[in-house]
Structures are given as structure tokens and as C-alpha cells.
Design a protein around this ligand. Sequence first.
Ligand code: PLP
Length: 391
Amino acid sequence: MDSKTIGKSTQSVWGGEGFDGKYIATPVVRSVAFAYDDVDRWEAVAVGEQKGHIYSRNTNPTVAVLEEKIRLLEGGEAATSFATGMGAISNTLFTLLKPGSRVVSIKDTYGGTSKLFLDFLPIRGVKVALYDTTDLDGLEACILQGCDVVYLESPTNPTLKVVDLSRLSIAARKVGALVVVDNTFATPINQNPLALGADLVLHSATKFLCGHSDAMGGLLTGRADLVKQVFEYREITGASLQADAAYLIERGMKTLALRIERQNSNAQKIAMYLQNHPKVADVFYPGLPTHPGHELAKQQMSGFGGMLSFTLDGTFEKVKKLLSKLTYSHMAASLGSVGTLVGPPRTTSHVELTDAQRAALGIPEALIRFSVGIENVEDLIADVDEALAKI
Ligand code: PLP
């Protein structure tokens, strides 16, 4: 069967499998380097004439299985990997942007990415234009003024705004710019940015892909020539993924489609419950018909995801009180796990930013980010309900 036409669940399980044709679970190859019994074959691998591995900072058999799985799930030509999601983002941006390059992005990127745009890229002479995420016409016009890279995230972290990936990719193409999309929140189960016109898609594999909060990683897939450039940069910066982490992420990904199905459904029900609660001010979830990006999300996503956020009718003190009363949620900085995780942006997604930077990016201080797990949704709703009753 053609691996491109099989379903996402089958791809999640079988993608990249068949290590030497001998194993039914991917072996963890911890070897730092790979031995050869003749120099000619070693050299043929070194120059890319034959398949093989030389040194694990560059490629590794366990890591290669994971790279192939994401390539298949996202429909990319090639894939590579990184020690963390930020490794994927920073290596990609530093490969594609040079002094004098112009990058257009949105105000609502993940905090670490915002930090690159606000601090680390400008000091290297890159011109950064961060546009209002919901002003699509303005964003499109900003791209059409000319740029080298358009960097997008949808839905956004932590306010769940939906960005028109297809329309902005068309605008980018008109000015010869490359489009890079962070697909961490949606996952390849709910959204495939390459099919919507992006050139590269990247993930914090630490989140939904791994799914169990026990390994960190980053993945990049898309156009083969671009992936090769970023791979060659990463070989030297050394932000390589370790075989042990790759194994855990790859194992987690076997259940990705199943987990996401449950997380989509749990998040939808919790968002609907919160929307009707008198102590809740705003709920941000693209699956709600009242969400401004709902129609667009219906077009470009096949599910609305496991992330939502909301604000209380009250101050940050009330937020602190509510969070401490929850039983079935860890107060923790990550997301995308089988267990529910909650926290405000000032200690989660935007912890690296100053109060002023968060305010400038329009991140409400009293926002609660809710990464919905795979628990029974009735239990999660009862837990939130009890906690809300106590504040
Ligand atoms: N992209 C998004 C959307 C994220 O939420 C995160 C982390 O929370 C990252 C990238 C960075 O990933 P990592 O923590 O694996 O470096």
C-alpha cells in the first residue's frame, strides 16, 4: 500500500517502522559513532552516495525512525530533528535569515519564539515585523511589502487565535518569501500546513507528539532543499536529538491519533461548559461557534485541538486561588500531555518575557491556559466546577 494514502492512525503506528526488518519495537541505538570495516564504504556514506550513519550529532538510526514518522504525517519531502522545539525554531530561523533579511510574523507566537523576534534576531541585523494576529488584511499587506520569511503559528499560544495559513502562503509566494509554520498546538492529526501552502512545518515534539511529558525534542519537515540547509546548520550548532528521547517520542507517537481524538473531544466539552459559567469572563477555543476564527478553523483543521484558555471575572489573585483548588490538573509549564496541565502565561508560555513585553503582545495576565488531557471529561468538568464554586 502507498504510505501516503494510508490513514493518520496507521501512519502514527507504522511510519518509519521496519528498522532493519528485524524488530517490532524501535531499538535505542546509543552509539555515538558507527564503525566501518572498509574506508571506501565509510566515505560513500560520508558523501551521501550510500545510506548509513557516521556520527550521532548528524544522524542516528533511532532518530531517523522518528524523522520519517513526522515526514509521513505532515506530507513533507524530508525531515530532521532537534534537541527541543526551540532548537527547531531557532536553527530554522537562523538558517533562513541573514543580516538585512526581513521576517514577518504575528504578535501571538509562543513566548520563546517572540523572544527571538524581539531580542535575538534584531541584534543580528534581521528586520522583524510583528503584526496584529487578527488583522488579516494588514498582515497580508505587510507581507506584500516584501520579505524573506513569513513565520506563523495557528492556533496561537496561549490565546488560540486562528491564522489563515492558505491566504498568507499565497501572499508570501507572490513576493518570493518562504513560509514556516509552528504546528505544535494543532498536531499533524488536526492540521497539515504543507498542504495549505507552507514550505516548512515544525513542532515542539515535547508536547502532543511525545504526549507523556517525559522527553523533549523538536522536528522539522517540508521542502527537501530547505530541510537540508537547516540540517547542515544544526549539525554544527549541535542541537541534536538524543536517541533515548527520540525513542520515547516515537513510541508516544504511535498513539497520537487516538490521543488527539480524545483531547479534541474533551476540550470541546470543557470549553462549552466554561462558556456557560457565570464566573468565567472569556473562553478561547476555536471549536466554539462564537470564536472569531471558528469558520476558518473549520476550513483548515480537521479537529480543533486539546488546548484552550479562559479568563475569570476577576483579578490574577482569583486565578491563583482557582488553580490551587484543582485536583486533576498539574500546575505546570508544559502542554500536550495525557494528563491535564494548567497555568497562566506568566509562568508557562511567556515566562521568558517581561511584564511590559507580555502587555505589548496583548497577553492577558489573568489568562488560564488549559491543556486538556485524556482523562474522563466528566471528571475534569466536575473538578473545575468544584474549584469555581470555591472562589
Ligand atoms: N512552540 C510552541 C507552540 C510551544 O508551545 C513551545 C513550548 O511550549 C515551543 C514551540 C518550544 O518547545 P520546547 O519547549 O520543546 O523547546
